[in-house]
Design a protein around this ligand. Sequence first.
Ligand code: SAM
Ligand code: SF4
Length: 326
Amino acid sequence: MLIDHFGRVHDYLRISLTDVCNFRCTYCMAEENMRFMPPANLMQAHEIDTIAHEFIKMGINKIRLTGGEPLIRKDASEILLSLSKYPIKLTLTTNGTEVKNLIPVFKQAGIRAINVSLDTLQKEKFFEITRRNEFDKVWDNIHLLIAEGFHVKVNTVVMRGVNEDEIPNFIEWTKNQPVHVRFIEFMPFAGNQWNNQKVFSYQEILDTAALKYNFIRMNDEANETAKKFKPYNHQGTFAVISTMTAPFCSSCNRMRLTADGKMKNCLFSKGEVDILGALRKGEDIVPLIKECVLDKSEALGGQFSGDYQKVDASKITNRSMINIGG
Ligand code: SAM
Ligand code: SF4
């Protein structure tokens, strides 16, 4: 088992398949001059399998594939199918553009739940946020996934002055569709133009929702990062991921592998451990993984306190979200 100094058991691994993306979401990456990793630096499909297997032998029971956009990798199907042989819950986070053709692969790989990102229900705003004109495709694909029986969570990053006015519309969507919207507080990363004024907080999200809807708090599952709510008579639910104003570090069970095979014990950790480099040199990666977990800080990578108003984004040492894998 992988246990850190604070007694937290780590059984959930998020693997970034690539830092490349077909979108340019303003809160995630710059519009131009993005420099992506050379393909030779990326973990190859068989390397992902080998590394994942070592983690699984140490007690991992859930793997999420992410990125960049994981499904634009040409060997995404191969990777999904190779990981599906392990006794884990396999899932992914995607921007939704590529899911249509992959539905048979998801089913073959035993995937039941998928997270799709969508920050607005308005076509024009979608273009402003993602810098791509793909709203219809994403919208149709979300409904296709629901119709095909997948449990669909929609990730919505809420930014003040951008989309906080759409919170009621997102909740309205859950009335007649079994869709699970997760409002995410805007987080700071290298080059994403974050400032604390743009954070629309957990409490503000709840207050906005309460102006129009009656809802009850649902029970938290173990290691849950989202606080979930069920509006009366709605088929779906909504939730808030309050990383900035009410972090959930005390029950964190997550580790991350970047697309170039570096292990991070926290989304905000400064340190990275080169697992892929060691594997390619024929070294034993098990002690490196254990050490990385042991090194984990108590909260938020040790980089800032829970008071998001005091965060100075320029002082945070971290890669961008696409480099880390969201
Ligand atoms: N491309 C895929 C997607 O968009 O779903 C997977 C990668 S993306 C980095 C993973 C998740 O991180 C998405 O739901 C995205 O909205 C979220 N994300 C990216 N930047 C963020 C930020 N600055 N604050 C909060 N969430 C962010
Ligand atoms: Fe791409 Fe996802 Fe980042 Fe948007 S949030 S730019 S879709 S990786």
